[in-house]
Write a protein that binds this ligand. Sequence first.
Ligand code: ZN
Length: 303
Amino acid sequence: MTTVQIGDARVHKVVETEREPESFDFVFPRGNWEVCETNRARLEGEHIDFDRRAMLMSFHSYVISHGGVNVLVDGCIGNTKNRTGPGVSRYFGTDYNLFHMRDTAYLMRLADAGFPPESIDYVLCTHLHCDHVGWFTRLRDGAWEPTFKNARYVFASKEFAAAQAAWQNNPEGPFERSFEDSVQPVATAGLVDLVQTDHEIRPGLFLEPAPGHTPGHVLIHLECGGDHGIFSGDVIHSPYQLLDPGVSPVYDANDFKQARATRDQLLQRIVGTNTTVFTAHFGESSCGSVIADAGGAYWFDFL
Ligand SMILES: [Zn+2]
């Protein structure tokens, strides 16, 4: 497990599942495979499976531990969630089952890291897609109940409203249906606080608007003792995008143009600084800093 110090805050990465293959050509319909080939030494193994022409994706949460308060960032895929059906097949194809009926030891790993569910004080989320909200609930006696019962779940109201509307419009959609089993039950239990996209949760921990991938996507910014950490969610999915920054993944379909502008702004702002980026889907440690590479591209200095 990775643990990183930001000032006197500690950030722990807890893995749900990693090295999950996703077709490069599906994720990046306008991607340039040659860029991957040119950078094979950087990407092979942890980030791209060259034999299968597949991205290797990690799904994990982070826990920020500071001043006796534990903050969970993003909730992964979750166990026993039904993610099949026509809506999923139409989007991903019929043999896609990455998110369906998983059975991982995520909660055990979280507890082993020192964070049993009852120890979590806040649950934050960059955006409300199914691979970021799954562990917000778990199945007990046939019903979805909040996993983190002592926590306030703090969501951007814009994101909550957009995810709710998307689910109402497309209840069987691949990303939309998780609202019903992973977000709504937490709201029904009275555990949700809806806030602005620049909300400060506590001193040194605040949200920043980062729209595009979803309408209310946020960055989560931790500033402690002069150090900065940014939890970047799905503003950037893969290290490949650092090498080919103009390319957009299919998942940015909500608003490709805005998603790219948000990504460009973030990279330009933090390149060469001491900001540690905690990504949602990179392999290896998943965190590091952005450095300049040749020709206006970027690379990642993994911690
Ligand atoms: Zn994601």
